[in-house]
Design a protein around this ligand. Structure first.
Ligand SMILES: [Zn+2]
Length: 175
């Protein structure tokens, strides 16, 4: 089952998800979350982005995914790295954000097994981004104003281009 993404202004997107809230069938729910993530073209998706008040997210590439219930970051490195981050809740917006380059994490999978992992690279970044969703934190609030403004202007330009292209198409059809 594919879940639809909530609008960025939906209150659930901005709420902290509590640890106690979990779906009845975690295996099934994880599958649906992974399928939804793949469908919408993401590499991470949090339950509250699609309307479920659970402290859980999935991350991966669609084929392989990790399902994280009650996730925690236990250690963060002091070294911050800039990466252009996107979010399924904000289509087309990519903003430069500084975050630790290594973290240690803990979570339970859909079978109830506890995992402890050290993450770096892309997975490290995705875990931190999804962790923010768990706490109702908007990733744009972590960006510098300059970088956010630049990213927003890019989205605007892309939309305008699309509008113009569409307008031409309508003209072509009319003639
Ligand atoms: Zn996101």
């Amino acid at each position: 089952m594919i879940y639809n993404l909530l609008d960025k202004d939906h209150p659930m997107v901005h709420l902290r998800m509590e640890e106690g809230n979990q779906p009845e069938d975690k295996v099934e729910f994880s599958k649906d979350m992974a399928e939804s993530m793949k469908t919408w073209g993401g590499i991470g998706l949090s339950a509250n982005q699609v309307g479920f008040p659970y402290r859980m997210f999935v991350m991966g590439d669609g084929k392989n995914y990790m399902s994280c219930y009650n996730p925690k970051i236990t250690v963060e490195s002091d070294t911050l790295v800039p990466i252009d981050e996107g979010c399924l809740t904000y289509p087309g917006l990519f903003v430069r954000i500084l975050r630790p380059d290594r973290i240690s994490v803990e979570f339970e999978d859909e079978f109830g097994e506890v995992h402890k992992d050290d993450l770096e690279g892309l997975m490290c970044r995705v875990f931190q981004h999804e962790m923010d969703h768990m706490d109702g934190i908007d990733f744009t609030s972590r960006a510098k104003k300059l970088h956010l403004d630049m990213a927003k202007r890019k989205v605007k330009r892309a939309k305008l281009k699309l509008k113009r292209a569409h307008g031409k198409d309508m003209l072509a059809r009319a003639s």
